[in-house]
Design a protein around this ligand. Structure first.
Ligand SMILES: C[S@@+](CC[C@H](N)C(=O)[O-])C[C@H]1O[C@@H](n2cnc3c(N)ncnc32)[C@H](O)[C@@H]1O
Length: 274
């Protein structure tokens, strides 16, 4: 588990970094999404979300929809729903069919009680003010409306965090280098229920644990490199650290046959009070 400095936390929610670099296009997000190809068990997250929406009719907003992983799946399976995607970054929406909006989740462009369900998948840890964004989501949902949110545990992929600090330590000549920035810790699986309870009821967490087993270090290199937007906060030369981490991971694969990464993501569902 890594915990961010105040400066790192601010940068994880910095809109200029998010829209202008981290999610200016889908490159970095796709690198993080693709490592799950080697996870066991595999989870069909868009399929789980579609199941959760089985009883929903009307309007659905996918806020922070990114490259449309959920939006695209849902539109294909539920053409009856009126689904709008929304993201801070215009660049990441480029290839998504309308309706999609460039907007901030903290000031949603929807009338009070006008939406039947909101998806906030792996995005609430990026907003500047988590409690007020949750209040804002509750404002646009109808009474009894559904929020589906996803995030990671504080322990998710801790082997990659350790690999990073070991490599950074070697580069800096220290026993251990600085921790890499944590994206999800501002709204982790452990913290999320207390935040949601301020405006929602019937909060359920579905834990999705798994193990990624790699016999090639390339997905690790891509995953570490996907944090490039925050490289200036790493306290260590970014690319040399990635190269060294790749060598360390390759050495583990050679001696142990594989590099394993423990994953712990989850999906939360909750409803506005009626
Ligand atoms: C980790 S990606 C998740 C994308 C998608 N929901 C998924 O799970 O595949 C986070 C997304 O949230 C967007 N985002 C971050 N802060 C936002 C905000 N305040 N309002 C709207 N979108 C935001 C980012 O631009 C990025 O596309």
């Amino acid at each position: 588990m890594t915990s961010n400095t105040t400066r790192q936390d601010a940068a994880v929610a910095d809109k200029a970094i998010l829209a202008g670099h981290a999610y200016a296009d889908e490159r970095h997000l796709a690198a993080r999404q693709s490592i799950y190809r080697w996870q066991h068990p595999r989870y069909d997250l868009p399929g789980i979300v579609t199941e959760e929406l089985a009883a929903v009719t009307g309007a659905v907003a996918d806020i922070g929809c990114g490259n449309g992983k959920f939006l695209t799946h849902l539109r294909a399976r539920r053409p009856d729903l009126n689904i709008v995607g929304l993201d801070l970054s215009a660049g990441i929406l480029t290839h998504l069919p309308p309706p999609v909006l460039v907007a901030d989740a903290q000031t949603l462009p929807f009338a009070d009680h006008s939406i039947d369900a909101v998806l906030a998948m792996h995005m609430l840890y990026h907003v500047t003010d988590v409690p007020s964004t949750i209040t804002e989501i509750a404002r646009v949902l109808r009474p009894g409306g559904l929020l589906i949110a996803s995030t990671n545990s504080d322990t998710d992929k801790h082997e990659l965090d350790r690999l990073w600090s070991t490599a950074a330590g070697h580069i800096l000549g220290l026993p251990e280098g600085p921790a890499r920035v944590s994206l999800s810790s501002r709204f982790s699986l452990e913290k999320a229920p207390a935040y949601l309870a301020e405006a929602f009821t019937d909060i359920h967490t579905r834990h999705l644990p798994g193990t990624i087993t790699l016999t090639d270090p390339a997905p690790i290199t891509a995953h570490l490199a996907s944090y490039e937007a925050w490289a200036h906060l790493s306290g260590v030369p970014f690319h040399p650290t990635i190269r060294h981490a790749t060598d360390l991971a390759a050495a583990v694969i050679e001696t142990e046959g594989a590099f394993t990464i423990t994953c712990h993501g989850g999906i939360l569902t909750c409803r506005t009070r009626t």
